[in-house]
Design a protein around this ligand. Structure first.
Ligand code: ATP
Length: 239
C-alpha cells in the first residue's frame, strides 16, 4: 500500500479548475517530484495534500487512512508536514524559536527524543546551529529556506512536502539545498517535492509526475524522464 495516494483529485478556485482528476502515489521511502510549467497546478496539488484547499472531487489516502476531510493541523499530527510556502519563517523569532514552533504538533515522549530531533536538524544545517539566536527575518534567502525545512523536520514528518525550495536562490545555494534534500531522503524520510529546477530534481528523484494544465501527462522514474525527448524539450531547455 502506498504511503500517499491521490485518486482522481480535482481542486477549483471558483470556476477555475486548477487540478483535474490527478491520481498519484508516493511509496514509503521514495523521493517523488512534481514538475510542471507555471500555473500547471503543482502548488494547488500540495495544498490539497496538506489540507489547505478542499477537493471538489477525489480521495486522498495517507498511511492507510482516508484523510480527504481531515483538517490541516490534524494531518501534521498524522505525519504530513509541509515546509512553509515561500519560506514563511517567523521573521521576528530567533532560529531556535522558529524550530520549536515546528515541534508544536509533535508531543515528544521524552526530552531526549526532542533533543535528538533538534540535533539532527543542526547536523543537516550547521548554519542554523551557528545562528541559533539570530532573528529569522535577518537571515539570507538560503538560510531562511534551511530554517523552513528544519522547522518542518521538527514535526518528525512521515511525508515531507517541499514546494519549490530552490526558488530565488543562487546556484551554489540551490546545490546545497538539493544535497540536503537527498540527505533527508537517505535518512528515511519520504519526500514529495515540487520543483521548477527539473534537472536537479529529476536526477535525485525515484519517480516524477509531469503536470500540464492541472492534469498528469507523464510519469516514470526520474532518470528516465531526464532522457525523455519531450521532457527534455519542455522542461530541461534542450531540444
Ligand atoms: P507556479 O509554478 O507558477 O507556482 P503551479 O504549478 O504551482 O504554478 P498553481 O499555483 O497550483 O500552479 O496554480 C494553478 C492555477 O490555479 C493557476 O491558473 C492559478 O492562476 C490558479 N490559482 C492558484 N491559486 C489561486 C487562487 N487563490 N485563486 C484563484 N486562482 C488561483
Amino acid at each position: 500500500m502506498p504511503l500517499l495516494e491521490l485518486e482522481n483529485v480535482s481542486v477549483s478556485y471558483g470556476r477555475i479548475e486548477a487540478v483535474r482528476g490527478v491520481s498519484l502515489t508516493v511509496e514509503e521511502g521514495e523521493l517523488v517530484t512534481l514538475i510542471g510549467a507555471n500555473g500547471a497546478g503543482k502548488t494547488t496539488t500540495m495544498r490539497a495534500i496538506s489540507g489547505i484547499r478542499p477537493l471538489s472531487t477525489g480521495t486522498i489516502r495517507f498511511d492507510g487512512r482516508d484523510i480527504t476531510r481531515m483538517k490541516a493541523h490534524e494531518r501534521v499530527v498524522a505525519g504530513v508536514v509541509q515546509a512553509p510556502e515561500g519560506r514563511g519563517v517567523f521573521p521576528g523569532m530567533t532560529v531556535i524559536e522558529n524550530l520549536e514552533m515546528g515541534a508544536y504538533a509533535r508531543t515528544f515522549k521524552t526530552k531526549a527524543e526532542h533533543d535528538a530531533t533538534l540535533d539532527n536538524v543542526f547536523e543537516l544545517f550547521p548554519r542554523l546551529a551557528e545562528r541559533k539566536t539570530q532573528v529569522g527575518g535577518t537571515m539570507s534567502g538560503g538560510e531562511q529556506q534551511m530554517l523552513a525545512i528544519g522547522r518542518a523536520l521538527m514535526a518528525r514528518p512521515k511525508l515531507l512536502l517541499l514546494d519549490e525550495p530552490s526558488m530565488g536562490l543562487a546556484p551554489m545555494v540551490i546545490q546545497q539545498i538539493f544535497r540536503i534534500i537527498s540527505e533527508i531522503h537517505d535518512q528515511g524520510t519520504t519526500v514529495l517535492l515540487v520543483e521548477q529546477n527539473a534537472q536537479q530534481a529529476l536526477s535525485r528523484s525515484d519517480r516524477a509526475y509531469i503536470l500540464e494544465t492541472g492534469e498528469v501527462t507523464t510519469t516514470g522514474p526520474g532518470k528516465d524522464l531526464l532522457v525523455d525527448p519531450a521532457v527534455k524539450a519542455a522542461y530541461l531547455g534542450v531540444a
